[in-house]
Design a protein around this ligand. Sequence first.
Ligand code: SF4
Length: 386
Amino acid sequence: MKTEVDHILTKNILEGKDLVYLLSTKVDREQHAIYRKANQIKKEHCGNNVYLRGLIEMSNICRKDCYYCGIRKSNEAVNRYTLSQEEIVEKALWAWRRNFGSIVIQSGERTDKPFIDAITAALVEICKQTDNSLGITLSCGEQDIDVYRRWREAGAHRYLLRIETSSPELFRKIHPDNEFHRFEDRLKALYNLKKAGFQTGTGVMIGLPGQTIEHLADDLLFMRNFDVDMIGMGPYIPHQDTPMGKGMESLIPSVERFELSLRMIALARIMMKEVNIAASTALQVLDPDGRIKAILAGANVFMPNMTPKMFADNYNLYDGKPAVKDDPMVIVKELEKRLQAFGEIIGYGKWGDSKHYFKRTHLTPWPPLLEERGSGGEVKRTRYEN
Ligand code: SF4
């Protein structure tokens, strides 16, 4: 007998109330119907390749103080580091020689000239030494559009900037109230990334204290409305040395947070058929097979950590981050073996760009359109001021 979930999954366009229903189900059979549908859509629209992005955590120095983040500026327990250009290039070449196809250079947020120059120089050198054949994603926070343009010209072509939540109210609760942490600035930076020509990715945390199913449904609608090319999202996992890490009692249980995260990934795939979706490391903290389950629920990007081991332990955004093994290739080979049974293969040597990006024909108008719920539960559209 068909369930309400089966019925909703036959719709071409999912609306807010559909998403709330699908995110709320705790029935195993219904959850698996959502994952199956997402996996089927992924195979139809993106194929069966899982693309690799070797992750280089370049620096844990950050000018921001997000209440949830282990490397926030005020956490004095962190040993700060920045990789040299030689170390970044060496890691990039390591990935290139092993046919990873792409890397991600991630960092805490800095906007000073030496940092901007260092990223630029590393990009130029990587492109030179690989003959422009290595895909490069950046994840280095909010920057001016001129900086984004400079990095784009230097050779990066994808950028991930997580909005963390599309609710301005919730955003304010998880960030300090000062000029470095403005919701509108985050939106503007996302918009500027598109303008600078980047394949643009964003994402949210799932299971934040005070976050409702309606917030998460709105997050999915936001990503669809903003016309993103890539998505990187995962469960909220507290870090004990942060202001939010102390409020564990208000968290939903980890099994529920994990399943909710999987449903968010699956629904993102169902709604945004040709975007790239990462199987984030945070999923593995809550379930040892978390990243494999995410791939089977619609994700198609895997990011093995290549940060030198002596530094990686100091890049803990949350507690319980899996230890970096000496050779990320071992992790990739393990994944490859596990995925074989499901008809998924590793896309060695491929950039695996977002197909959505190449079909995107317009720039989302600024201010971007957001959908928000009115007091009666109805969906109303809102424009943000510049
Ligand atoms: S979440 Fe990002 S911007 Fe915020 S403190 Fe952590 S590294 Fe910095």
